[in-house]
Design a protein around this ligand. Structure first.
Ligand SMILES: Cc1ncc(COP(=O)(O)O)c(C=O)c1O
Length: 459
């Protein structure tokens, strides 16, 4: 069941696994970085000097010949791995046949076919519609506009620590970092931020489950003071907060939020840009709370990283805006649709959702074992192949071990392993869903070595 998923045409450099042949950054990477620094926007936050050249499965080779096992899936995009042959073939064939045809003004089959697929896999036994875009932020913008158009209400409820993207609407709904917002005001007005249930660091200094859900009480109080309930159009949430470091609310939380939605006529938007399409061991992470959202936003893994793509899938009665209300030249482009359809077939045929659930249980247990030995690890979290280690200076005080976390990420890189940062001092582990158990074990061993190296230095 959990043996390797067979991919075609395995390049020779993959044999031998992760290895560093030139110190990072190597001479060729250094040249690219120097040129990049002259002409590319300085707004990107490149923390690690990697210059990629070729990818296959769970491996990526940099321009100097270093080979990395990527437990970040190219920033949570490559659920099907690098260069999955089914997706490559689908894009190549479509490019040769018809690469672009204005989907906003004319029709084509692939867009309808993909919409049919998405509305059938999205939870809820009601009619749904899809709207296609080119990124996660655009999917959020579309949802934001859609709920306003539908309800004519001006306010949104979002959460502390949330990240929904960097365009104006998405940024206005996000609160993960002041750096994302600084000097961009005024933002879209009418967004009320409510405390997210980050139970490891409860904002009310409570402990779950004896906390009486003060975070939900806070929302109720806000309705009586700052946020008139009848002005609220929707609640938007990442079911598991991604950039914040995979924060997983307790099982009771979302049903309580949904109850508030029903009480006040609010819509529920699930931002599944990072969590959707099997990553959490469910097709959509929100399903773990038994909830049916009114709108789901997707991007990242949707077209497997072949072509930029995002989508908003909404209840048909909610997506009732009129012609001209919203559109996108490239949204639902033919190449993106071909890649997404091929990806969904891989997801289904290779039972990747189930695979993520099983491998996730294995990985979570391994990370918990590491935490028994390594005192740097304050908290271990995970659902499916969406896992996190939060590092602390001391387990009592829980002071975020920011420098140590960065040192672990670098120590992992020096062993040929890519993991990614999240939150203040968290390491995110989110491998491609096609990873074999052996590869996952290897990646976690390398991570364990990196953690121990840094922990030894701290003692
Ligand atoms: C949950 C979530 N929503 C939205 C976005 C924005 O996506 P994009 O960068 O494609 O605009 C991201 C990106 O990291 C995300 O993680």
């Amino acid at each position: 069941m959990l043996s390797s998923v067979i991919l075609m045409a395995r390049p020779s450099w993959v044999k031998g696994g992760p290895r560093i042949v030139k110190p990072i950054p190597g001479p060729r990477a250094r040249k690219i970085i120097a040129r990049d620094e002259r002409v590319i926007s300085p707004s990107y936050t490149r923390a690690d000097p990697l210059a990629g050249e070729e990818g296959w499965g769970v491996y990526v080779r940099d321009i100097d010949g270093n080979v990395f096992l990527d437990l970040s899936s190219g920033m949570f995009v490559l659920n099907y791995g690098y260069s999955h042959p089914a997706l490559v073939r689908a894009v190549q064939q479509q490019a040769a046949k018809l690469a672009h045809f204005a989907g906003t003004d004319f029709y084509y089959d692939l867009q309808v076919e993909l919409a049919e697929e998405l509305v059938s896999i999205a939870p809820g036994r009601f009619a749904k519609r899809a709207f296609f875009v080119n990124s996660g932020a655009e999917a959020i913008e579309a949802a934001f506009k859609c709920v306003r158009w539908h309800t004519r209400r001006p306010r949104m409820i979002a959460f502390t620590g949330a990240f929904h993207g960097r365009t104006f609407g998405a940024m206005s709904l996000s609160s993960s970092s002041a750096r994302h917002r600084k000097f961009f005001a005024p933002l879209v007005p009418g967004v009320s931020f409510m405390p997210f249930p980050y139970c490891y660091r409860c904002q009310f200094a409570q402990s779950y489950p004896s906390c009486d859900f003060l975070c939900v009480e806070y929302i109720r109080n806000s309705l009586a003071t700052t946020t008139p309930a009848e002005e609220v159009t929707a609640v938007i949430t990442e079911p598991i907060q991604g950039n914040a470091g995979y924060i997983i609310p307790p099982p009771e939380y979302y049903p309580m939020i949904k109850e508030l939605c029903e009480e006040h006529g609010w819509l529920f938007i699930s931002d599944e840009v990072q969590t959707g399409l099997g990553r959490s061991g469910r097709m959509f992470a929100i399903e773990d709370w038994g909830l049916t959202p009114d709108i789901i936003c997707l991007a990242k893994a949707l077209a497997g990283g072949m072509v930029p793509m995002g989508a908003m899938v909404a209840r048909a009665d909610v997506m009732n805006w009129e012609p001209g209300a919203h559109a996108s030249t490239f949204g639902g482009n033919l190449l993106a649709c071909a890649a997404a359809l091929a990806g969904l077939e891989v997801l289904r045929k290779q039972r990747l959702v189930e695979r993520a659930r099983k491998l996730g249980r294995f990985a979570l247990a391994k990370l918990q074992e590491m935490a028994e030995e390594n005192q740097l690890i304050g908290d271990v979290r995970g659902r499916g192949l969406l896992l996190a280690l939060e590092l602390v200076e001391d387990r009592e005080g829980k002071r975020p071990a920011v420098e140590e976390r960065d040192a672990v990420v670098r120590a992992a890189l020096s062993r040929g392993l890519i993991v990614f940062r999240g939150g203040q001092s968290t390491i995110r582990v989110a491998p491609p869903l096609i990873i074999s158990k052996r590869e996952l074990e290897l990646g976690l061993d390398l991570l364990g070595q990196a953690l121990n190296e840094v922990w030894k230095k701290c003692r």
